[in-house]
Write a protein that binds this ligand. Structure first.
Ligand code: TA6
Length: 293
């Protein structure tokens, strides 16, 4: 059990489970259990807090906008928001009886110089005062991420939210995702709607699907040889994105290395994309757990 701070990285462990969070975007960049790494991280990812680009890999946080948002209040905010670009504060890490806990925080004060934050504030005609917190709890076989958002001054603050998680898999073609049966989806590549009738989803080409999860889709498994994980989340995360850029698009991404590593990753991302609001003085929160099975 240990906690180490190495410049911009916070490394902590509990028994045979190890995690590492970069202050840049409060991005979980490594989750190792019994010697096996479960997150994909590009070899070209820049983990420095000063880097101008978000971390390519791990679990960046998408907030307040998903993609180029269709929501009026978020139209001027860049793709996937700006908090993944900010240097978050590391608050404290503690080894407790059952797990190791690490806490991080980002407030509007750290974002005042960020153009995308300013664009967001323009819609409300005032500086948005907010605080985001991320609390990681590392257990021997799982990691839970708790996120909180406090809206201090806007009567109704609208946002989208997603854990943009890149999972490492031995071979994407041999991977199955289960738990999506009966869920409606939007194929974002063809702007086509569908319904998943199959008990198992295979990813064998460029994929970008946005699922609307029903009550039978609350447990999603990624099954891939000996790398098997179960994803669960609080009920307010009703959407799930499955993304793999495949060969041609991986080649176009400067920070995606090696180019062939699209074969060893798949993004499976819990979030809320329809748009959620938090009223002034209130706290919104959500939770996501990755368990090794
Ligand atoms: O979450 C899937 C997605 O929105 C894809 O459409 C793809 O563009 C991807 O995220 C990567 O986005 P990024 O801005 O991190 O390069």
């Amino acid at each position: 059990m240990s906690v180490e701070v190495e410049n911009d990285l916070i490394k902590f462990s509990y028994g045979e489970a190890h995690a590492c969070v970069a202050k840049k975007g409060c991005t979980l960049v490594s989750f190792v259990v019994d010697g096996d790494e479960y997150l994909y991280l590009s070899e070209a990812a820049n983990l420095s807090s000063k880097s101008p680009t978000p971390v390519r890999g791990g679990m960046p946080l998408i907030f307040p906008a998903f993609g180029n948002s269709y929501l009026e209040s978020l139209k001027t905010v860049q793709q996937h928001g700006f908090v993944r670009n900010m240097a978050w504060d590391f608050v404290i890490a503690e080894v407790l009886t059952e797990c190791t806990v690490a806490r991080f925080r980002l407030s509007h004060r750290q974002c005042e110089k960020e153009q995308q934050y300013k664009n967001w504030c323009e819609f409300y005609g005032q500086p948005i005062k907010f605080e985001l917190t991320m609390v990681f709890e590392l257990f021997p076989d799982r990691i839970t991420v708790n996120t909180g958002l406090v809206n201090e001054n806007v009567s109704e603050l609208e946002f989208q939210f997603l854990y943009h998680t890149y999972f490492r898999v031995p071979c994407v073609r041999d991977m199955y995702i289960t738990g999506l049966k009966g869920a409606k989806y939007l194929d974002r590549l063809q702007t086509r709607y569908g319904l998943d009738g199959s008990p198992m989803l295979k990813v064998e080409e460029q994929t970008d699907k946005l699922y609307e999860l029903g009550e039978n889709n609350r447990e999603i498994d990624i099954l891939s040889g000996n790398y098997n994980v179960r994803l669960t989340a609080s009920d307010n995360l009703k959407d799930l994105v499955v993304w793999n850029p495949w060969e041609e698009n991986a080649a176009k991404m400067k920070d995606f290395e090696p180019k062939s590593s699209y074969r060893n990753m798949c993004c499976v991302e819990f979030g809320t994309i329809g748009g959620t609001t938090v009223t002034q003085g209130q706290r919104w929160q959500c939770q996501h757990t990755i368990t090794i099975i």
